[in-house]
Write a protein that binds this ligand. Structure first.
Ligand SMILES: [Zn+2]
Length: 835
């Protein structure tokens, strides 16, 4: 007996330790509610309690389908897939009678944004709830399990009132690939005896972490540019419904509490109506009350902001809705010590669930106010737009880039028209097929302003994210505002990429100008097929056509293929890349003839990039995405762990994104490789390392400030104001330098979020990309920084042995929407040997 007693107690105490942080479903749910037993609980489908393990995306999907199957309040759909093939789910949750009439409800709701004067008295409010856009901020998506269960299973007058009056667009995971990556990490490192020691590996994910999507993008910056598949699904749902509230559930540092908006009032974008922030404040009262009830601490207004419209909680604010950001202190793993005691994963989930519910309570209580606000927002936007005017944008040399900008407009349901006929204005040519006109008298008038404006004065000098994103600058298109009424053609309803003419067969040569966005893709295809190609170092004229710097020449003679085979390949390349290639029958031109040694032979690049611990994942991921998704070019990712023992001789080009990873031995290794003919390309911080290791000697200006009349309390803001969070500046190009091939204008807008002020070289021809005298185009920069930046260089190249080292002060591949500067990297790759 004694023996058994001992065993019994031993077992009990063991279980207690192991299960210390595991709670039942009732821990999360409100009291005094009964639940429909025909609705499966999360545990009955996923095999564990909510918060016991980190839910993997596949299990989340499994549960959401099971709920939709069992509940007459839910329909489910997959709106596409992530890069890794995971479904982008959307649950529509409302009363069964609303579900039966959903399309009518949707149409009536959208009509409110289009001037319908319908009374809102009996209309449901629409709430879009989304979770864990940062995959390693998991309490949101895990709370989604509880929230979806509650909405499907709760019974009684309260839930009936909620569902009768609300259509909930429920997005259980904004970032499936990131959530899966993070759940794997947290679960594989979980001990049976949960260990809250913050030093444990469980709390320290390996590079690149689960925050981002497959190509390491922060997807909570892509709501406006809409370049990623996950965002495309979301934005389509958004414009299909125009929700009244959109919520975005995040996590922050472990020692914090819980944050809900409003954020810092002075950092609200001026295009957002005042009333938006008032309503945000009214909604906040519901969160406060609900969190008070469960004893949870929180704060508002002290951090985060509503400035950049590319964030999930700010995008709704320029679309007639209220966006709400939630930030929960993160346990990262299953439980972690914090300044507020042990922070358990279930506790974080409960706060998120509570806020999800208080959002719905606010929506029901403020229903007609929110609907009327939305109606008024679009009424005012439309009447502002009735003042008239239009924007024309285009690029006579690059229809592809223009197409991609137009594609963003389409995704945001912005109407635009074709250009009736080619015309010139202010020295720029707007051609039919590569230019469009956006009339301002439309419902999305305010969104158009938010995308096209160039703002340079601000109420505050601190920004949570970038301070400028002007799309015509990011795309480097020609554009201007005006009326253009006699130039405006038909509305574009079926946007298509331009189809260049099929090239005529030639026995002599083919020519391809370098301006089109996809010219590098075309050149890479040609080289990959084993064709010889050359680049023209100066402009020329042939058959009455002007060919600019960087024109690609494909000779027909002395290829390993016949003239007919070459012709076939050229046709295939044109049809896949949408770039114009012209067959010519003579080598005699005005300017350099085709046999001139001003045409330089090109080789197929074999490119590698440094990734891994010590490399900024965003900067590296943008380059990977550019090669893989845009140009179909192979890029080998060399991990920093193995760099010292990797044979580099098989690569022609190596890219070092912003990094802190390499040491002196790595520098010697790279120097030898460059001497043998390699092209080494570095960005941002890599410049200091180039300089100190004598790979490329450079001088950076260092500014020394002393704070005068700045108090201790003001010191944070003082320092913050010296940060360039992300603004747009003008550079002057030397178009004859190979780094600038393919650019038709003398100036180029560039993005900058760093303070690397590179001094120019004495010889002017060594400064092909230089900041202008007064470079600020859009965004915030402090006055002293602006003075420092003026006239500095943005680029440097130097030779070692047979190779070159190339340096860019700025990231030209920012967030996949800086189409205008992507070509700089391609020029370094393809023409690096000629610099
Ligand atoms: Zn986040």
């Amino acid at each position: 007996m004694r023996y058994f007693t001992f065993l019994f107690f031993f077992f009990l105490s063991f279980t207690t330790v192991a299960q210390e942080y595991v709670v039942g479903l009732d821990y999360f749910l409100p009291e005094d509610v009964t639940y429909n037993t025909n609705i499966p609980t999360p545990k009955s489908i996923i095999g564990h309690e909510v918060g016991e393990w980190h839910v993997t995306h596949d299990k989340l999907v499994q549960y959401m389908y099971a709920l939709a199957e069992a509940s007459d309040r839910i329909t489910i759909e997959s709106r596409g897939t992530t890069f890794e093939g995971r479904p982008l789910l959307l649950l529509t949750i409302t009363a069964p009678k609303n579900l039966a009439n959903l399309e009518n409800i949707r149409k009536e709701h959208v009509a409110l944004t289009e001037g319908a004067q319908t009374a809102t008295t009996n209309m449901p409010v629409v709430v879009y709830q989304g979770f864990s856009i940062h995959g390693n901020e998991p309490s949101g998506a895990n709370a989604g399990l509880v929230a979806a269960y509650y909405l499907a299973a709760a019974q009684g007058p309260k839930i009936d009132e909620l569902l009768n009056n609300t259509v909930i667009l429920f997005d259980p995971s904004f970032n499936p690939d990131g959530l899966q990556r993070f759940a794997y990490w947290a679960n594989i490192n979980k001990s049976e005896n949960i260990n809250p020691d913050p030093n444990d590996r469980e709390f320290d994910e390996i590079w690149p972490g689960g925050r981002t999507n497959h190509y390491w993008f922060d997807m909570n910056r892509d709501w406006l540019p809409v370049q990623l598949p996950e965002s495309r699904a979301r934005i389509e749902t958004f414009h299909n419904w125009y929700p009244n509230i959109l919520t975005d559930h995040h996590e922050m540092g472990t020692n914090a509490s819980f944050f809900f908006q409003p954020g810092i009032p002075s950092r609200t974008h001026p295009l957002t109506p005042k009333k938006n922030q008032e309503l945000t404040g009214d909604i906040a009262k519901f969160h406060a009350k609900a969190l008070d009830k469960i004893g949870s601490f929180y704060y508002t207004e002290e951090s985060f902001d509503d400035f950049y419209y590319g964030k999930g909680s700010t995008f709704p604010d320029i679309n007639g809705a209220i966006g709400i950001l939630f930030e929960q202190a993160s346990s990262r793993g299953h439980a972690q010590e914090s300044e507020n005691g042990i922070l358990t994963f279930p506790f974080t989930i409960r706060n998120q669930f509570t806020a999800a519910l208080s959002t719905l309570e606010a929506a029901v209580s403020m229903r007609t106010t929110l609907l009327d606000y939305q109606k008024e927002f679009f009424k005012n936007a439309t009447s502002e737009g009735n003042a008239g005017g239009a924007i024309v944008f285009g690029d006579e040399k690059d229809a592809s880039k223009v197409y991609h900008l137009a594609e963003i407009l389409k995704r945001h349901k912005i109407k635009f028209n074709a250009v009736k006929e080619d015309f010139e204005s202010n020295g720029k040519t707007y051609k039919k097929g590569s230019s469009y006109i956006i009339p301002k008298n439309q419902k999305q008038h305010r969104l158009i302003n938010a995308m096209f404006e160039k703002r340079t004065s601000f109420q505050d000098s601190l920004f949570y994210d970038i301070s400028a994103w002007s799309f015509p600058l990011a795309f480097n298109v020609d554009y201007e505002e005006g009326t253009f009424s006699n130039k405006t053609g038909e509305e574009v309803t079926n946007l298509q990429m331009s189809t260049p003419p099929v090239p005529q067969n030639s026995q002599y040569a083919y020519l391809m100008e370098w301006h089109d966005y996809y010219a590098p893709k075309a050149l890479n295809m040609l080289l990959k097929k084993g064709l010889r190609a050359k680049v023209g170092m100066t402009p020329f004229e042939l058959n009455g056509k002007q060919y600019d710097y960087g024109t690609i020449l494909i000779p027909v003679q002395n290829q390993s293929l016949t003239a007919a085979e070459v012709a076939e390949i050229v046709k295939e390349v044109v049809s896949e890349s949408h770039v114009t290639i012209t067959g010519v029958a003579t080598g005699l031109t005005k300017g350099i003839d085709l046999g001139s040694n001003q045409f330089r032979a090109l080789e197929q690049p074999k490119v590698a990039m440094l990734v891994g611990e010590g490399v900024t994942p965003y900067d590296a991921g943008e380059i990977w995405h550019l090669f893989d998704q845009r140009y179909d070019m192979l890029l080998t990712k060399l991990d920093t762990r193995n760099f010292s023992r990797t044979d580099l001789s098989r690569y022609t080009d190596i890219i070092l994104p912003n990094n802190y990873a390499l040491d002196k031995n790595d520098a010697e290794k790279l120097k030898d490789w460059v001497k043998d003919g390699g092209t080494l390309i570095g960005y941002k911080n890599t410049g200091n390392w180039f300089d100190s290791n004598k790979l490329l000697e450079m001088k950076f200006k260092t500014r020394k400030d002393t704070a005068t009349n700045i108090s201790f309390e003001q010191r944070g803001d003082y320092r913050g104001a010296q940060v360039i969070g992300g603004a747009i500046f003008e550079t002057k190009l030397d178009r004859s330098h190979p780094i600038a091939f393919g650019y038709k204008n003398e100036t180029l807008p560039v993005f900058r979020n760093s303070t690397y002020f590179l001094e120019t070289e004495k010889d002017s021809y060594n400064n092909p990309i230089q900041y202008t005298e007064n470079p600020l185009l859009a965004g915030y920069i402090s006055k002293p920084n602006l003075e420092e930046l003026a006239n500095t260089s943005a680029f440097k190249v130097g030779g070692i042995g047979r190779g070159n080292v190339i340096y860019f002060t700025d990231n030209h591949n920012f967030r996949a929407f800086w189409y205008g500067t992507n070509k700089l990297l391609m020029n370094a790759i393809f023409f690096g040997d000629e610099m």
